[in-house]
Design a protein around this ligand. Structure first.
Ligand code: DGY
Length: 326
């Protein structure tokens, strides 16, 4: 019986570490690129010591019950871990780990890809071209919005927010940001960033990019009131977690042109989209690809596997998010 259960096919780099350390017979992998059905998850985790978890899988009281008392670690292959009931894990003394750091730049790159794609209407105009609708250059065709020199608002100035801000320097964009805490003055000046309240952020940003974690406090931080407070020429970009934005109200705002556009990598009820979102030409939508590069996914799988190795060898896993269990 496997000691470790991996809930999906993962990059070889991570699997190799587990196989080499514990032997292939100790490692069970759900052999699919699709999400494991809930009943299979509950069955497969029974009696294991470690779960290598993918962010689409919910690790809640029911799943902890199904796993049982042998469970020593859940290693989530993501920096966000809102799919895990942390209170429940801590109550049961199970350490949870994540994969911070390695996806910062990759996610920041994607944020910029989305921002530029929305501002310059890349997906929409590409479809037009591929559809054979283009009859030649036109002075009013697919006019977008300049990016350079505009004000970039950052909601959540953690590692990824800072990496996004750093990239704005090349576009000569001043940064406004809100965050739980102010970053230090030297970093503010390096990033050309000014700490403001949310009201100012909404009012002054030409592009507003969300980088906060998803918690009870940040749920629906952006809804109809926020969209109404934004410039009607502004764009919202979200590469954090879907539920930070009220997606139905965003569809409404896009439809009414309360704001000019949005670019989303994450959605409230993945893989579902809010009704009408796929019909909004002013929304760029992609399927949660923030960390999706060969290099970064290999690093994430490696980190998750290394945390399992550490824990099953009796050490404190290096990326534990609930260290109070030790
Ligand atoms: C994460 O790690 O939280 C990302 O959303 C994965 O792309």
């Amino acid at each position: 019986m496997p000691r470790i259960f991996v809930t999906r096919r993962i990059p070889d780099a991570g699997l190799q570490i587990l196989n080499d350390t514990f032997g292939e017979e100790a490692v069970g992998v759900y052999p699919s690129d699709e999400m494991i059905p809930r009943e299979d998850l509950l069955r497969e985790v029974r009696g294991v010591e470690a779960i290598f978890l993918i962010l689409t899988e919910r690790m809640d009281a029911e799943a902890f019950d199904a796993a049982g008392p042998e469970l020593k670690i859940v290693a989530n292959m993501a920096v966000g871990y809102n799919n895990v009931d942390l209170v429940e894990a801590t109550r049961r003394g199970v350490p949870i780990t994540n994969t911070p750091g390695v996806l910062t730049d990759t996610t920041a790159d994607l944020t910029w890809a989305l921002l530029l794609a929305a501002a310059r209407r890349i997906p929409e105009s590409e479809v037009y071209l591929r559809d054979g609708q283009w009859k030649g250059w036109g002075p009013l065709q697919f006019l977008g919005t300049d990016v350079h020199g505009k004000t970039l608002g950052i909601f959540g100035m953690g590692r990824i927010g800072q990496a996004v801000a750093l990239r704005a320097k090349g576009f000569g964009m001043p940064i406004l940001y809100t965050n739980r805490n102010r970053i230090d003055a030297a970093l503010e000046s390096e990033l050309n960033a000014t700490y403001v309240d949310k009201e100012t952020l909404l009012k002054k940003s030409d592009f507003l990019s969300i980088h906060c974690p998803f918690t009870d406090e940040t749920r629906h931080s952006f809804g109809k009131d926020e969209f109404a407070a934004m410039k009607d020429s502004a764009y919202l970009i979200n590469t954090s977690r879907g539920p930070v934005v009220n997606e139905a109200e965003l569809v409404e705002a896009l439809h009414n042109e309360t704001i000019r556009g949005a670019a989303l990598d994450v959605f409230e009820e993945e893989p579902k989209l809010a009704r009408g979102l796929d019909q909004c030409p002013n929304a760029v939508i992609i399927p949660h690809l923030g960390s999706a590069t060969f290099e970064t996914r290999a690093k994430m799988a490696t980190i998750a596997a290394e945390n399992i190795v550490a824990r099953l060898n009796g050490q404190v896993p290096p990326n534990c998010v609930n260290p109070e269990v030790f």
